[in-house]
Design a protein around this ligand. Structure first.
Ligand SMILES: *Cc1c(COP(=O)(O)O)cnc(C)c1O
Length: 385
């Protein structure tokens, strides 16, 4: 195994430097066994009992991500949604949580329906305002603040350290959906977060061929009752990834750094190119100096501002949909964080309550040539006008 003080890019590229002690292979096996032998005296000294809780293929993916996030423990789930909802299910009916107005839409819908029916009270606030977060705290009642930064689909930036201190003062935990920042750009635990969540479906795996999610706790939270409950939710409800998905995820994370850095550079080029374009109303991207959250993003994102941006097209909803219809290279599809560039009209996907303007297209920059990506958008805008 590599020295854990090595740089994250080194730890990722070699999946912590793991080598199988028996075969000497450098790529782990896909472990499919659902059960493990007990010792003759009825003990389980190897620590594994049954595959709803224990699987060596998960453990490899979990330990790579845990090192990249600087966490206390990482748990792999069947999807980003299974991971995120496990945090809320570890709370108790009557608890109050604060969530962002701008966030991953399916989780917002779940909070508004299932979580509320189950007895959580949820307030949605403007997470780019620390005053709004402070005002939403209910002393003694607020147990969790959930943030996402940069936040889907308008890329609002939240000050992680600022919200962490407000949450902690109130005795609440801070959880961060860091899917779009990735540990390449931001390590939320260093800014005071207690839990980091990823839709591993996106950048961590990176190849649009795995659905998975993760939760990482801070070293301090690893021994807390709350984290024990989160682990119990996974084990009891069984929202676990399959061994093949876990294996693909470890494989994907080996190239996380170069993929994310290329996606960031491409997004920055595209954002700058279209920022003052005649066919464009506005480009939403944390890497543009004029963007509202730019200064906070520059403080808490290192080496780039992410691969995600949104572009508002002149001519309204019909023009935006026509631009998406005319792209060749940018694939018209949902999801994000893969090596191929994707484009999507979000307001028609998210429906009522979406913060996405109707003239807005969401773009996930892949790792193709930035010149080709820009040329394709140029021709799509020109033919839609
Ligand atoms: C995709 C996504 C999720 C949900 O992850 P799934 O793996 O699709 O369940 C959560 N948050 C963000 C920011 C996402 O992009």
């Amino acid at each position: 195994m590599l020295d854990s003080n090595m740089k994250p890019e080194t730890l990722a590229a070699q999946a912590l430097g793991w080598v199988d002690p028996t075969t000497k292979e450098i790529v782990g096996q896909i472990h499919t066994s659902t059960t493990y032998i007990r010792d003759a005296d009825n003990q389980y000294r190897n620590g594994r009992v049954y595959a709803r809780d224990h699987n060596p293929t998960f453990e490899q993916a979990e330990s790579v991500l845990n090192a990249l996030e600087g966490g206390g423990q990482t748990l792999l789930f069947a999807s980003g949604m299974a991971a995120a909802t496990a945090v809320f299910q570890a709370l108790s009916p009557g608890d109050h949580v604060i969530a962002p107005k701008v966030m991953y839409w399916a989780l917002r819908n779940w909070l508004k329906t299932f979580a509320v029916r189950w007895g959580l009270s949820v307030d949605f606030v403007d997470m780019d305002s620390l005053d709004a977060v402070r005002a939403a705290i209910r002393p003694g009642k607020t147990k969790l603040v959930w943030i996402e930064t940069p936040a889907n689909p308008t890329w609002i930036v939240t000050d992680i350290a600022g919200v962490a201190s407000i949450a902690h003062e109130a005795g609440a935990l801070l959880a961060v959906d860091s899917t779009c920042a990735t540990p390449v750009l931001t390590r939320p635990i260093e800014f005071g977060a207690d839990i980091v969540m990823h839709a591993a479906t996106k950048y961590l795996n990176g190849h649009s061929d795995v659905v998975a999610g993760t939760l990482t706790c801070s070293p301090a939270l690893a021994t807390a009752e709350m984290w024990t409950r989160v682990r119990a939710v996974r084990g009891q409800i069984g929202g676990i990834a399959g061994p093949f998905e876990a294996w693909l995820l470890t494989r994907g994370m080996r190239t996380l750094f170069p993929r994310v850095r290329t996606a960031c550079a491409n997004a920055q080029r595209v954002a700058e190119h279209f920022a003052a374009h005649a066919g464009v109303v506005e480009v939403l991207y944390p890497g543009l100096p004029g963007f509202a959250g730019h200064a906070v993003a520059a403080r808490q994102m290192q080496g780039g501002f992410g691969g995600m941006l949104s572009i508002r097209i002149k001519g309204g909803e019909a023009a935006a949909i026509a631009v998406a219809a005319n792209t060749q290279l940018w694939k018209r599809a949902t999801s994000l964080g893969g090596v191929e560039s994707l484009i999507e009209h979000r307001s028609s996907v998210e429906g009522e309550g979406s913060p996405a303007p109707v003239d807005m297209l969401r773009l996930s920059a892949g790792i193709e040539s930035a010149d080709d990506l820009i040329a394709d958008l140029e021709q799509a805008i020109a033919s839609a006008r």
